[in-house]
Write a protein that binds this ligand. Sequence first.
Ligand SMILES: Cc1cc2nc3c(=O)[nH]c(=O)nc-3n(C[C@H](O)[C@H](O)[C@H](O)COP(=O)(O)OP(=O)(O)OC[C@H]3O[C@@H](n4cnc5c(N)ncnc54)[C@H](O)[C@@H]3O)c2cc1C
Ligand code: FES
Length: 256
Amino acid sequence: MPKRLLHGKIVANEYVATGIKRLIIEAKELAELAVPGQFLHLRCREIGADPLLRRPISISDIDRAVGRLTLLYKIVGKGTALLAQLEADEWVDCMGPLGNGFALRGEKPLLVGGGMGLAPLVALAKALCPRPTEILLGGRGKEELFWTEAFASSCQNAHLTTDDGSAGLKGTVVDLLPQLLAAGGYDSVYTCGPRPMMEKIAALAKEYGIDCQVSLEEYMACGVGACLACSCAKTNGGRAKICLDGPVFDAEEVFG
Ligand SMILES: Cc1cc2nc3c(=O)[nH]c(=O)nc-3n(C[C@H](O)[C@H](O)[C@H](O)COP(=O)(O)OP(=O)(O)OC[C@H]3O[C@@H](n4cnc5c(N)ncnc54)[C@H](O)[C@@H]3O)c2cc1C
Ligand code: FES
C-alpha cells in the first residue's frame, strides 16, 4: 500500500461534542489512496521534541471528489490537546494512509462500536452502501448522540445503548447484541472499540457463525512496522504488528 507524508491544509477543526473534535483536512493524494479502517499518523506540533511521537487517528470520512479526509478525535492527553489548538487554514503534518483497512464482505452487515471506536466505522458504513447496513452503537449517555447523526445517511437502522439509560437500551452493546444476532439475519460483523468489548463481540459472532472483523488499537511509535511497539499475539502463536498488519484483522486471527 503506497504511503504519503504531506502537509494537509486544515479546513475545519471543530467540536462535535464535549471533548470531541472533527478535523477536516484537505489532502488530495491521501484521499485518493485511503480506504476505511486505515489511519493517519499525525505530528501534533510542527517544531520541538515534545511530543516526539506522532499520534494515530482513524480516517472517519473520505471525500475523493474534493480531496478531503475527516478525522474524529477525543482530547485525552498532550498530543490530542495540541491537535485541538490547530485552526482552519493552518497545516498539519500527516503520514498515511497507514495500515490495512476493512475488507468489504457480507450482504447484510452489522457494525458494532463503542465510544471513539465508532470513528472508523463512519467511513466503513459509507463504503458498504448500498448494502442494507445497520449500526449498533454504545456510549455513556445521550450527549454522545451525535454519532447516530454520523450514521444516519449510510445505515438503515441504528440500535443504541447507553450506560446511563438516557437513550436506547440501558447497558452496553454486548447486552443487546445476542438479540440482534439471533433475529437480524446479518452475515458480517465489523467492530472497533475497547478490546474487552470486541472480544465479547467476536465470541458472539463466532457462536452465531457470522464472519467478524475487528480493528485493534495499541500504543504506536513509528506506525510503519519498524519498531515493534504495537506488536500483538496471534492465535496461531505468531505475532502481528497492528500498524502494518492491522489495525483490522479477522477476529479469529487475534481472538480465536
Ligand atoms: C490505529 C489507531 C486508531 C485510532 N483512532 C482514533 C480515533 O479515530 N479517534 C480517537 O480519538 N482516538 C483514536 N486512537 C487513539 C489515539 O491515538 C490516542 O487517544 C492518542 O494517541 C492519545 O494521544 P495524547 O497525546 O492526546 O494522549 P497521551 O498523553 O499519549 O495518552 C493519554 C491517554 O490516552 C490513551 N491512549 C494513548 N494512546 C493510545 C492508543 N494508541 N490507543 C488507545 N489509547 C491510547 C491512554 O489511555 C492514555 O492514558 C487511535 C489509536 C490507534 C492505535
Ligand atoms: S508502531 Fe512501530 S511497528 Fe507498529
